[in-house]
Design a protein around this ligand. Structure first.
Ligand code: 7ML
Ligand code: ZN
Length: 886
């Protein structure tokens, strides 16, 4: 393997040092132009009294340097040192004004970091280290300064010019140019800086805060999207109110702005007072956005808004602390969604995502703790571990200290650290100080990677009426950590009697039974026994209720126990979970039956359970839809070593078809009933639940291979007044062969070709088709005028979806999927390293497949690794993947 010219450097948490220079005020002046933007930065700098170094080192990449002045004096070329990443000025005074003029080229910026040109828009993305592509600066989050930003540009081309904070002044020049000045009074790190300019439509609204201040709300979008703003504005107002009620957090500027942009590396960004969103994560109309889109938009708008406190007012000391703001903010957005919609559905979706993505990350070559100890490229650490596991970790703290204690803790955290850049440890300490709960051992969740496995043994003594539960924990080794110390694991538990009723929970040594049907045990040792007394009959334990900890439960439960829990548990999450485990057992059984060449059959016990789920379809349609969803092929693959891609696919199809045929009458009746109830589209939990169950029924009906059902599907598409029903129909059609499917796809494109968000859906539906010629089709789509490799949403819609969510085609026996991905990554890395590196994630679990496939993937990885001039992003991931195979 050849390495890049200079091997990218690894950064270590243990090497953290305070900044040598601090900045009080930043004055930025932009002369905007897509080809050639001039940036004049004036900094008031002073030496950090706590450090020694006298050299002032600033970060800067891909900048043209025009001039450097200290206290108004122009420096000569020999008075500073420049590398491709830094500017070093030696022998500076204790305190000085520094003026730096740089030139940048937004139109050449395909990496979409720093200031870039998107369509006819100029916009920025600075997290984590994009600000250094705008000007030389100490681009680290523990340097917080007050920013004043002046933007000047041609008025006709750039009528709207935005930056953080409040609008201070504006004016026009005589030559047709104009200028605006923004001032943000809250000190902030450079990663929260933002600038947007362009010809945009604005929709306005307002919100009155808990102290009675009126805040102006504005959303800026392309003119063609003017009808897609309502939902985001509504979600924003809901988020503002929710954060006041739930966390006592009030907004702190006169205006809150949201901008939608078409080219964006991530979902969105919480820049102070000026959140920038990927257009796909903020724009919605019933005709163009699905229920899922509406739901996600609400949660992302919430997420970015909540960062105003968890991230902006209190920020991260360094990037190893990323989960300080992200884990906590994800927990906050999950709570928000849960409070506004169905709590059970939200929890199921979160756990599904955690198990399918984060558990895989924890078990793979990129495994890292919630607070990593080192990285090469920080952009690679915006991971499901930092976000999703990070949220689980904060959620466990809440479970351990209780909701009230948690609120006291977060109040203290915000008060104590307002305006500071702090660590995850400071967060935990604030909770400890407010609640007097000792979280010393709990802190291991931040430093140890890997998913703990909790094994369960039970014993019931009939004569003594004693039930004992022995829990033991282990954690598999991860790349940098062979040995693990025991975690503090909160295990929520209930006991059910033979009739499915809750039993009293009295631990030995306690005088009374717990008041609630669920108690939280603290598992802190490698093995621990919990003894319950006065247990009148042999109980069935319901363990880890609500998924109280991000662990794998290794409980040997028979199908009948699972069926019993599925039918009787009062915890709806655990009812769903028991159903999923039953599905998994059945599917793995089918896979081994296939290998032995015995005739396939779906066990009666599952059929019975599905029957009773369908019987009360109208009590909770949302939950019923979740109960009917068969675990994904990817998730099943992770339960099998080596994973047999083809057998898993066939088993899943067999199960679906069998259930579809068995319950055709029921599916048909529920479908019809819900379809007749249909009214004009509205986004609310009730209607969403009904559409979700209706479309689940339709997907089973289509699996019954009855041509009549195809007609039903086509009719649904024809009658649909909303994208949820239309797209559900189209995805089902795209799995089929023949002229009807082709026609449906063509008609859809013709109708929606003017709408980027919808065209991306059209691309995805085709990339996910189970048809065996899908890779060919994907390659064709990449030549379609609607597709550009420079647009991250296009890349994700086609390449990302094909490689991650179409396992039967991506893992084709001939290795064509692997070769395809490698080729695309090589092309992408030259354009946009962050996007390239993310796509590489599709190879994360490469070692779980058979020897032939592993060999082909290894070849693909070596192909990537041997390229000259790889970005640090791709370099880090590809070398870690390859190292795991040695
Ligand atoms: C998570 C974000 C990023 C990266 C957004 C970029 C963000 C960093 C940014 C949950 C909901 C919406 C977006 C994201 C996400 C990966 C995921 N600070 O706010 O975290
Ligand atoms: Zn975030």
């Amino acid at each position: 393997m050849t390495s890049p010219v200079t091997t990218p450097k690894e950064t270590f948490l243990a090497d953290y040092k305070q900044p040598d220079f601090l900045i009080d005020n930043v004055n930025l002046h932009f002369d905007l132009d897509p080809q050639h933007t001039k940036v004049i930065s004036t900094l008031s700098v002073h030496k950090n009294p706590n450090t020694e170094t006298a050299d002032c080192v600033l970060d800067g990449e891909q900048l043209e340097l025009v001039s450097v002045k200290i206290n108004g004096r122009l420096l000569q070329g020999n008075e500073y040192l420049r590398t491709d990443k830094q500017l070093l000025i030696s022998a500076v005074p204790e305190q000085f004004d520094l003026e730096i003029v740089t030139i940048i080229h937004p139109d050449k910026n395909t990496a979409l970091e720093g200031l870039y040109y998107s369509g006819s828009l100029l916009c920025t993305q600075c997290e984590a280290e994009g600000f250094r592509r705008i000007t030389y600066y100490p681009d680290r989050p523990d340097v917080m300064a007050v920013f004043t930003v002046t933007i000047a540009a041609d008025k006709a081309a750039w009528p709207i010019m935005l930056a953080n904070g409040n609008l201070a002044e504006q004016g026009v020049f005589e030559d047709g140019r104009h200028w605006v000045r923004w001032h943000d009074p809250h000190p902030k790190p450079s990663y929260l800086f933002a600038l947007v300019a362009g010809d945009l439509y604005v929709q306005q609204d307002s919100f009155t805060t808990m102290s009675g201040r009126e805040v102006k709300l504005e959303i800026f979008v392309d003119h063609e999207n003017s009808h897609k703003c309502d939902h985001a504005l509504m979600s924003l107002k809901q988020a503002m109110l929710w954060d006041e009620k739930t966390y006592g957090r009030e907004y702190d500027l006169d205006v809150f702005m949201i901008v939608a942009v078409n080219d964006f590396n991530m979902g969105a960004m919480e820049n102070k007072g000026l959140n920038i969103f990927n257009a796909a994560c903020v724009l919605a109309s019933p005709e163009t956005a699905t229920d899922n889109d509406y739901y996600t938009i609400q949660s992302i708008v919430g997420h970015e808004y909540f960062h105003n406190w968890s991230g902006n007012r209190v920020t991260c000391r360094d990037w190893f602390q990323l989960s300080l703001k992200e884990g906590f903010t994800v927990l906050r957005d999950q709570q928000f969604s849960s409070d506004l919609n169905s709590a059970a559905v939200q929890r199921i979706a979160d756990v599904n995502q955690l198990r399918s993505m984060q558990f895989a990350e924890d078990a793979g070559p990129m495994a890292h703790p919630v607070r990593p100890a080192s990285f090469i490229e920080i952009s690679n650490f915006y991971t499901v571990t930092i976000y999703e596991k990070g949220a689980e970790v904060v959620g466990m703290i809440k479970t351990i200290v209780g909701a009230e204690g948690f609120r006291k803790g977060t109040d203290l955290y915000f008060k104590r650290h307002d305006g500071q850049a702090v660590t995850t440890d400071d967060f935990v300490t604030a909770i400890e100080d407010a609640t007097k709960v000792d979280l010393t051992q709990f802190r291991r969740w931040y430093s140890q990677a890997g998913t703990p496995v909790v094994a369960v043994k039970t014993h019931y003594d009939h004569a003594k009426e004693v039930f004992s539960l022995t829990l033991s924990q282990t954690c598999p080794a991860t790349p940098d950590q062979a040995e693990k110390q025991p975690f503090h694991i909160p295990v929520a538990l209930g006991l059910l009697d033979a009739d499915g009723n809750a039993m009293p929970l009295q631990l030995k040594g306690e005088n009374l039974a717990a008041l609630s049907n669920t108690i939280v045990l603290s598992l802190t040792e490698a093995e621990q026994t919990f003894t319950f007394v006065n247990v009148e009959s042999s109980p069935v334990p319901s363990l880890l209720r609500g998924f109280s900890a991000p662990v794998r439960l290794d409980a040997i439960r028979t199908s009948s126990e699972l069926a019993f829990l599925m039918a009787n548990d009062s915890d709806s999450f655990n009812r769903w979970d028991a159903g999923q485990q039953l599905f998994i057992n059945v599917l793995l059984g089918l896979v081994s039956a296939m290998k032995k060449d015995v005739e396939l059959a779906v066990p009666h016990i599952l059929v019975e359970q599905i029957e009773s789920v369908l019987e009360d379809a109208d009590t909770d349609p949302a939950l019923v839809a979740k109960m009917l969803s068969i675990p994904s092929e990817n998730y099943l693959a992770a339960q099998m070593q080596p994973a047999d891609v083809d057998a898993i696919h066939r088993a899943r199809e067999f199960l679906k078809t069998t259930l579809a045929k068995k319950f055709k009458k029921q599916f048909s009746a529920i479908y019809q009933y819900l379809n007749e109830q249909k009214k004009a589209y509205a986004f609310n939990a009730d209607d969403m639940a009904k559409r979700s169950l209706k479309n689940t029924c339709l997907s089973f009906l289509m699996a019954s291979n009855d041509p009549m059902q195809t007609q039903r599907c086509l009719k649904q598409m024809k009658d649909a007044d909303n994208m949820t029903d239309l797209l559900a129909g189209l995805s089902l059609m795209a799995d089929q062969k023949g002229p009807e499917a082709e026609h449906a796809l063509r008609a859809f494109y013709e109708q929606w070709q003017h709408d980027r968000q919808v065209v991306d859906k059209w691309l995805t539906v085709q990339a996910l088709s189970k048809q065996s010629d899908t890779l060919l089709r994907v390659k064709g789509l990449m030549k379609h005028p609607a597709f550009s490799m420079k647009n991250p949403n296009n890349v994700r819609a086609v390449i990302g979806q094909f490689c991650r969510n179409n396992p039967i085609n991506f893992h084709a026996k001939d290795g064509s999927g692997y070769a395809f991905l490698a080729e695309q990554i090589i092309v992408l890395d030259k354009l946009n390293p962050q996007v390239a590196s993310r796509q590489l994630g599709a190879f994360n679990s490469w070692q779980q497949y058979d020897a032939d496939r592993q060999a082909m993937i290894k070849k693909a990885l070596n192909n990537i690794a041997s390229q000259k001039g790889l970005s640090p992003d791709v370099y880090e991931v590809v070398t870690k993947y390859l190292a795991a195979g040695e």
